[in-house]
Design a protein around this ligand. Structure first.
Ligand SMILES: Cc1ncc(COP(=O)(O)O)c(C=O)c1O
Length: 452
């Protein structure tokens, strides 16, 4: 490895960072992370930080997951790559498809389609939804509905259903035929409604209204995260996703659950759909499927969808989508080991317990710190603080203050993620009680310092 002076001198000079301004990165270079063990990462200066971000919602089992590391090493020796495009397959992907079918049996999933990550999974699901309707003889069903504040990756299809202007405006015009419904976000919503159940009803009514307005026979699918993640952790009322399912069924619209964050245990249930008792038509998964150690994803399909393709005799059911790395044997081996370890550790239990602990800790911080406008979470290890410079007007905080909080938390040994006014916490699902206490204490210290 080059020495640390070299790395610091070249940091952010010859690469552009995703979701960042290149000039800002050059002016204030990002932290250089060089090691990870358990739930702790290490930076180039030797600082140790509890990773309350969990990589990027994906390192669910922490940085020392030996079975996944070993599976990757073994697979690199056995077969480092082969394509699964028509005509060939590999042993690990066959095994994984069976494991995933069983894992997602409660959601009614029977088939998988493999991808290289979350954005790819979303893109595939959107495409298959249109193809499904064409095969069924309703080719006019081409539109998509989704939630404002939703995040569905950054491919053009995904960005088009994305509900946050930051990921859209500079890339417009996006795909036509995509329409957005208000999110069940109690802190800010056009109905001025703070009761989660009543708000869910308003949002469902808005969905119904949009369907009637567009004409149900023009709509292919509704895509949603069971708990909105990147948009600032927005858990809907428990009635919301079942309500969406009912409306979609009534109008012949497919329901795509974007479970890129929520699948594999993060919510304290094995998937977000299972948490809400919903069986979607497709599920987009990625991230924690390999514990983040290999870029990989899987779109899961139920029989209602799969049957239409498999029974097609015209040839139009052939799938004209896929990636060089679809079904990568190293990713498949990593996923097999990761799912086995995820089940062995029964991580949902710790995710639920530690999630409750964090949520309680954050609520206590809100009693103490005026800058906290809203606390969201309560379902596993997805939680957020929304900061405000004025609780009454809910004005956004000054960016310098949020940056200052991030820096102070870092100096207190914890890595957090800031996104606009939000501090997002999504640590590994194996985080300990003591580590959670350290995370809360570091936030407390930083929030106290900035309010002085
Ligand atoms: C719900 C959701 N969908 C899709 C994506 C995109 O995944 P990727 O960044 O792996 O392309 C993300 C990433 O955070 C996500 O949270």
């Amino acid at each position: 490895m080059k020495d640390s002076n070299f790395l610091k001198a070249h940091n952010a000079k010859h690469l552009w960072h995703p979701m960042a301004h290149p000039a800002e990165m050059q002016a204030k270079p990002p932290a250089i992370i060089t090691g990870g063990e358990g739930c702790v990462i290490k930076d180039i200066n030797g600082a140790q930080l509890i990773d309350a971000v969990g990589g990027l919602w994906n390192v669910n089992l922490g940085y020392s997951c030996e079975p996944v590391k070993q599976a990757i090493t073994d697979q690199l020796n056995d077969l480092p790559y082969y394509s699964i495009f028509r005509g060939t397959t590999n042993d690990k992907i066959i095994e994984l498809s069976e494991v995933l079918r069983d894992f997602f049996a409660p959601e009614g999933m029977v088939r998988s389609f493999f991808t290289s990550g979350g954005s790819d999974s979303v893109e595939i699901a959107l495409r298959l939804a249109r193809q499904y309707h064409k095969l069924r003889g309703e080719p006019g069903r081409t539109k998509y509905l989704s939630l404002k504040k939703g995040y569905h990756g950054t491919h053009t299809g995904g960005a088009s259903v994305n509900g946050n202007a930051n990921f859209r405006t500079q890339y417009e015009p996006l795909m036509p035929g995509c329409f957005h419904i208000p999110a069940p976000y109690t802190y800010r919503n056009p109905f001025n409604e703070t009761d989660p159940k009543a708000l869910a009803e308003h949002c469902l009514a808005a969905l119904e209204d949009e369907i009637v307005f567009q004409g149900e026979t023009t709509i292919a699918a509704f895509i949603m995260e069971p708990i909105l993640g990147a948009g600032g952790v927005i858990p809907p009322h428990e009635s919301f996703m079942p309500g969406v399912r009912e409306i979609c069924d009534r109008h012949g619209i497919l329901l795509i659950a974007d479970e890129v964050i929520t699948a594999y245990g993060r919510t304290g249930a094995w998937s977000g759909s299972r948490l809400w008792g919903v069986t979607p038509d497709m599920m987009c998964t990625a991230k924690a499927i390999t514990n983040g150690y290999f870029p990989f994803g899987a779109v899961m399909l139920n029989w209602k969808v799969a049957e239409i393709f498999e029974r097609d005799t015209t040839g139009a059911g052939a799938i004209g989508s896929g990636y060089t790395y679809s079904g990568h044997p190293v990713g498949a081996a990593a996923a097999l080991a990761c799912i086995a370890e995820t089940k062995r550790l029964n991580v949902t239990k710790n995710a639920a317990a530690r999630g409750t602990q964090i949520f309680k800790g954050l609520k206590n911080l809100a009693v103490k710190h005026e800058i906290i406008g809203d606390v969201r979470g309560g379902y596993g290890l997805m939680s957020a603080l929304e900061l405000t410079s004025d609780r009454k007007t809910k004005a956004k905080p000054i960016k310098a203050t949020v940056d200052d909080i991030y820096q102070r938390v870092y100096e207190n040994g914890v890595m957090i993620r800031v996104s606009g006014p939000n501090i997002i916490l999504s640590p590994p699902l194996v985080i300990s009680e003591a580590e959670v206490n350290t995370v809360i204490a570091a936030l407390d210290t930083a929030l106290t310092a900035v309010s002085q």
